[in-house]
Design a protein around this ligand. Sequence first.
Ligand code: ADP
Ligand code: MG
Length: 681
Amino acid sequence: MSTPQTKRLEKLGLFTPKDILYYAPKSYEDRRRLPKIYQLKTGETQTLLGSITHLSETNPRPKISILKAVIKDDTGTCIAIWFNQAYLKKIMKIGTKILIKGKCDINAYSAEKEITVISTDFILSAEDTLKNINCIVPNYLLTQGLYPGQYRNLVQATLDKYLPSIVDPLPISLRQTYDLIPLRTALTHIHFPETEQDLTLARKRLVFDEFFFFQLTLASHYTNRKIQETSIPLTTKSPLIDHYKTQIPYTLTNAQQQAIKDVENDVSQPIAMNRLLQGDVGSGKTDVAVMALLFAINSQKKGVIMAPTEILAVQHYLKFKTYFDLHNIPVYLLKGGLKKKEKEALLNLIKQDDPCIIVGTHALIQATVEITHLGLAVIDEQHRFGVMQRLALKQKGLMPHCLFMTATPIPRTLLITSFGDLDKSIINEMPPGRTPPKTYFFKESSLASVYGYCRDELAKDYQIYIVYPLVEESEKLDLTSAIEGWTDLQKNIFPEHTIGLIHGRLTPQEKSDIMAKFKQKEIPILVATTVIEVGIDVPNATIMIIHHAERFGLSQLHQLRGRIGRGAGESRCFLIGDPKTTNAKQRVKAMLATANGFKIAEYDLEIRGPGDMLGTRQSGLPDFNLAHLIRDEAILIQARKAAIDLIESDPQLEHPHHQAIKHIQKEKQLRTLSIQQSTLN
Ligand code: ADP
Ligand code: MG
C-alpha cells in the first residue's frame, strides 16, 4: 500500500529494502569531537550540542516566523535562530537537549554568538544520544517531508531487519586477493561508519562490486565473441607489402609500427579483428589504415574505408590513389550525389571479384551497395558514426576484420568500461618535427592585435584558419556568422589577401576545390565553419582563430586546433570569446592548460560526465551509484582484472562458488542488454 511515506521514498527511487541499503549518504558529518560554545569560530559552519534555556518566537511579517533560543553548555551560552521552522516549537521545551548545525556569527548589538540553524536533531532518548553524538552521522539527499533523523532511523531499522538475508556474492578467496571487506559490513559502514577507515573500506567494497559486475559482462562478451566470430585469416607477408613499406617517405614512429603489428597479428587469426586504434589528431593513423587495407588486397580481398564526411573521404581517396596507383590496385570513391549512371557503373565494379580499395561515406552502407569478398573494413573517426551505421557496414561482409579509428581521445577509464570488449592500440607519440600549438584566449575587443599578429605570419607565407561556430538550432544563423565574418575580414581587415570561405552548404565539389586551393597556397586565409574539424591536413597553416570559442565543446575545440601544429613552424591558436557559464570557462581553461588530447579528454570527462562525452548511446555505461570513473580508477583496474581472471578460469560460471555471482550477473544482464547493443559491434 502506498502511504505518504512510501511515496516520498519512491520519489528517491527507493522501492525495496535493498534500495535503501544501497542508497548511500551524500556526505558525512563527524560528530566525534564537537566544539564547545567557547570554542565556536565565527564565520564557520559548526555543529553544537547544548540544551535550551530560553525560547521565543516573533512574526515580523505574516507568514514569517523567527524562532530564537538560548542554548547552553558547560562553557557558556549562545543564541540559535531558526527561520520559518515554527513546527519545531512542538518538540522544543526548556531543557531539551539539541544538536544544531549552522553558521556562527557575532551579533553586532549584543556581541553574543549567534547560530543561524540549518539542521536540528533532538536528543530525547538514550538511543538518540547513541545515534547522534560521538559518531559519524550520514547525510542523505532527501525529499521534502523526509527528515534526516527519521530517515536515519529507517536505515538503521532496515539494516537490522534485512542485512542477515544479504548474501555476499564474492568468494572469500577473491575478497582476500583484493582486500575487500564482507558485503554486510560494507553496507553497514557505508551508512554508519565508526571511523574514516570504516568508510574508506566500505566504499571500496561497494565501488568494486559496481565495476566488477559491469566488467564481468564485458569480459564474457569478449570471450564468447572470440569463439563465435570466425573470419578468414589474411596474408600479411608478400613482396607487395615489403615494397610498400620501403617507399613510405618517412620512418614510422614506434607507436605506428606497434599498431601495425597489432593489426597484423589480429588479421592472421581465423577470428574477426575488432580493434580500436586511438591516436591524437595528426598522430598518423592513416598509415596504419593503409597497411591494414593492404593486408586485405594481399589476400585477394577487398578493403573498405569509411569516413564521416565527404571532404575527408575525398582526401583519403586522393591520398590512397597516389599510393595504390603505383601498385595497380584500383581505388574507388563511393559518395552521395553521384549520377545514376556513374553510380551503377561503380556498384558494378565493386560487385566484381577483383580486389580493390573502396573509400566512402555513409553511402557505403546503403542496402544497394553489395561488397563481395570484403576482407577488412576501416572506420575512420569512428565516434562520428552511429552504432547502427557501424553495424551495417560490418554486415556487408562475412565478419570482416574491423579497425575502428578515433582521434577523440578516450580516457583510460572509459576505454576499459565503454570500450571494454574491443582490443586496443594507442598511438601515443607524434611524428618527429612537430611543434604543439600555443593557445591564447582573447576577448573580442583585442581582435586587432590578433589580426596584427596574423599579418606578420602571412608575410612569412604561412596560412590561417578562421573558424566561426556552428549554431545548432539554426544552420542559417551559423552561415550568417561565417559569411558576415568573411565579408568583414575581406573588406576591412585583410583586403590585400584572398580569403576563402568553406561551410556545410557548399556542394562537395565546391568544398574540395576550396580545400585544394588552400592546400596549394592559392588562398592564404580560410574562413570556415566546423566542416574543417576532421582530418584536414595542411601543414603550412600555422594560425587558427576560433570565434565564439565558448560555443564549442571541448573535444571539438581540440579537434579544430589539431588542424594546426602539423608542420615544423610554430603555430598558435587564438580562442576569441566571452565565456559566461562555469562549464564554458572550464573548457577554455582546459584548452589553455594543455594541448595533450588525453588530458583534454579527462577534463572533458570531468566537466561533462561520461554519458554526455560520448553521447549516451555510445558510452554504453550503466549509471554507477557510488563509483566515479576518474576518482576510482585504481579500483576499476582491480575489478577489471578480477572479472577477466574469473571468466578465464570459469567462462560459464559453473563452479559452485560462483553461483551467487552468476545469479547477480543474469539479473544485470537484462539491464545491460541495451547497453551491449549500443557499444558492441
Ligand atoms: P591522423 O592520425 O590525424 O589521421 P594522419 O594519418 O592524417 O593523422 O597524419 C598526419 C600527417 O602526418 C600526414 O601528413 C602524414 O603524412 C604525416 N605523418 C604520418 N606519420 C608520420 C611519420 N612517422 N613521420 C612523419 N610524418 C608522418
Ligand atoms: Mg585521420
